[in-house]
Design a protein around this ligand. Structure first.
Ligand SMILES: [Zn+2]
Length: 87
């Protein structure tokens, strides 16, 4: 299933509840460049729905190198016939 990056607004304004079931949160460690594809149900389970993702990102920890600073994130959205762009 192909994914494409989406922008849901200004970075500081994007909150947990903006994530949909076909989204994935891609978190990248600036220290070792490892990327983690985090399913949205995991994000919902760990953070309050109204928490900005920029605030949630302060709690992200790289499992490979232990880095916690400046963890970057972006949202990728599944596309394809089962996920029309209009939905
Ligand atoms: Zn790392």
């Amino acid at each position: 299933m192909p994914y494409e990056p989406v922008t849901l607004g200004f970075k500081f304004a994007v909150r947990v509840h903006h994530l949909t079931g076909r989204d994935v949160l891609v978190v990248t460690c600036p220290a070792c460049h490892k990327s983690y594809w985090v399913a949205t149900h995991v994000v919902y389970a760990r953070f309050h729905a109204h928490l900005p993702l920029e605030v949630a990102a302060k709690d992200f920890v790289c499992k490979r190198c232990g880095n916690t600073r400046d963890m970057s994130w972006r949202i990728e959205r599944a596309t394809g016939p089962e996920f029309p762009r209009s939905a």
